[in-house]
Ligand binder design. Sequence first.
Ligand code: HEM
Length: 415
Amino acid sequence: MLKTNFENYPKGNRFIFLLKDFLGRGIFNSDNELWRIQRKVASFEFSTRSLRNFVIENVRLELQTRLIPLLSNASKTKKTINIQDVLERFAFDNVCKVAFNEDPACLEGDGTSGSEFMSAFEDAATLSAGRFMYIFPHVWIFKRFFNIGSEKRLRESIKIVHEFAENIIKTRLQDKGIKQEADLLSRFIAANDENAPNSLEFLRDIVISFILAGRDTTSTALTWFFWLLSSRPHIERNILQELKTIRNDSGKCIGETYELDEFRQMNYLHAAISEAMRLYPPVAVDTKACLADDMLPDGTFIGKGWFATYQAYAMGRMENIWGKDCNEFVPERWLENGIFQPENPFRFPIFHGGARMCLGKEMAYIQMKSIAASVIENFEINAVDKDTCPQHVLSLTLRMKDGLMVRVKERSMDV
Ligand code: HEM
C-alpha cells in the first residue's frame, strides 16, 4: 500500500516510463534502493560549502566572460536579443560544469560551440516529453519498435548524448585517485558504495539526470522574472536598493561578485524570484504514478497504475492560498520585517515536497540571484512587448513559445 502521507510518498513519477530510455536509472527513474543511495550521496554533496563555492565560481566566470560581454554588445549595437535563449545556453554550460566539469561553451562566440551535445540533449528531452502528448501511447511504442519517425530521432540523439557523457566518464575513471575535481561526477566516483554499482551506465545516468534537472528550470524562472520586472520599475528599484546596501556594507563596487553570505542577505531579490515562480512555475505540472491501490488524505481513491497530477501553476493562483491579490506580482508577500519567510512546500510545490523534494533548490537560488543581481546592476532589460503575456510551450518546463525578445541598455550610473 502507498502511504497516504505525501511526505512519505515512496518512488514513482512521470519520468519512470516515458523518459526511461533517456535517463536510464538516473535519480528520477531509479528504483527505491538505488534512488536512496543516489539521493543520500547527492544531498550530502549539495550541502557542502565546497560544492556551493564551486557553483558560485562557475556562475561568476560565465557571467564575467560570456553573459555580461554579450549583453554589453547588445546594448552597443542596439540589437534586440532573445533572453530566454541566452539564459538557456548559460544554464546548460553551467550545469555541465557542475555535473561533470565539462564546458560545452554554448554561450561563447556565435553560440554554435558545444551545439551538437546541447541540441542532441534538447531533442532527447523534447522527444521523450512528446510521448506524453499521444492520445494513444501505442503509437510511440509502435514507432519505437520499428525505429521510425520521432522515435528514430530520439534514439539518435540519445546515442550522441550517451557517447559524449561516456567519453568524459571513462577519462575521469582512469584519472581516479590522481585528480580530484569538485564536480558531482567526481563526488559520485569518490563516494563509491558497495551497494551502488559504479558502472559506466550508472554514472552516465546520474550525470544526465542532473543536467536535465538543472537545465531549463533556472532559465525558465529567470525569463519570466525579467518579463515581469520589465513593466514594474518600482520592484527593480527595490532590488537595486537592496544590492546597494549590501555593497555598501561590504565595500564592494558594481561588477565585483557576491559571496555566499551576501546572497543570503538578498531577501528582497529572493522574494521577487519566488514570486515570479509562484505565478510562472518552471515545473508547472507534475505527475506521479501510483504503485498500489491507495487513498488520498481526503479519502479519494487512487488505483494502482493511475497517474496523480498536481498543478503548481493553478495552486500559485488560488485565492484560498494566496489571498485576494493572488494574481498580482507582489514580492512583499514573502517578507516579514524585510526578512524572507519560506512557504510550506505543500502550498508552494515549486520544488516539489516530501521525499522527492528538489535537491538543487539552494543551488538554483544561488545561480538565479547571482545572474539577476549582475544583470540588473549593469543593464536595463526591456521586453519588446511587455504588456502581452507570452505564450507557453507544452513541455517539461514552462518555457515561452517564441522566447523573450528584449532591448538591453547599459545602466549609466550607480544607484
Ligand atoms: C528553479 C529551478 C528548479 C526548479 C523549479 C526545480 C523543481 C524540481 C521539481 C518540481 C522536482 C520534482 C520532480 C519530480 O519528482 O517529478 C525536482 C527534482 C529534482 N531536482 Fe530540481 N528544480 C530546479 C533546479 C534544480 C537544479 C539546478 C538541480 C541540480 C542540478 C536540480 C536537481 C534536482 C534533482 C536531482 C531532483 C530529483 C530529486 C529526487 O527525485 O530525489 N534541480 N526539481
